[in-house]
Design a protein around this ligand. Structure first.
Ligand SMILES: [Zn+2]
Length: 143
């Protein structure tokens, strides 16, 4: 069983891992094509809360802003990690400029900040840019 979040409506979809269908799976709620690549998805505060409450797999949240240089360095690393862990880790991105209230309630003091949520709760966080091996080793003991 693999877990994929619908980009359009945010619904968490469960797709059978042994599905032999070659066509793109669709969201069970809104029928949009599901992105099964594992690429990070942008969320707002509402979508983030919903994902944290509903995801059966760990979430890695990247809190970033467009003006932040280290955030831009982390972006391709997250793309890569997301694709490698497509079905068992959900990577979400929250723009802290557009979601200041949510960033505040998450007590984000600097960006980039990465937070792992498991079972609806924060399990760990790390501030500052990480390269691929740094992120892999940080995640390996957490998700
Ligand atoms: Zn949908």
């Amino acid at each position: 069983m693999s877990i994929f979040r619908c980009r359009e409506c945010g619904r968490i979809n469960r797709i059978a891992a042994n599905s032999s269908e070659s066509r793109t799976p669709h969201c069970g709620h809104c029928k949009a094509d599901l992105d099964t690549s594992g690429a990070p998805q942008d969320v707002n505060a509402k979508a983030l809360r919903k994902a944290i409450a509903n995801s059966p797999v760990p979430i890695l949240l990247d809190i970033w802003a467009p003006w932040c240089g280290p955030c831009r360095m982390v972006a391709p690393v997250l793309e890569e990690v997301g694709k490698e862990r497509a079905s068992d880790l959900m990577i979400l991105k929250l723009n802290s400029d557009e979601n200041q209230q949510m960033s505040g309630s998450l007590k984000v003091s600097g960006i980039p900040t990465m937070i792992v949520f498991k079972g609806g709760k924060e399990s760990d966080r790390q501030s500052g840019a990480m390269n691929k091996s740094g992120l892999d080793s940080w995640l390996s003991s957490r998700v």
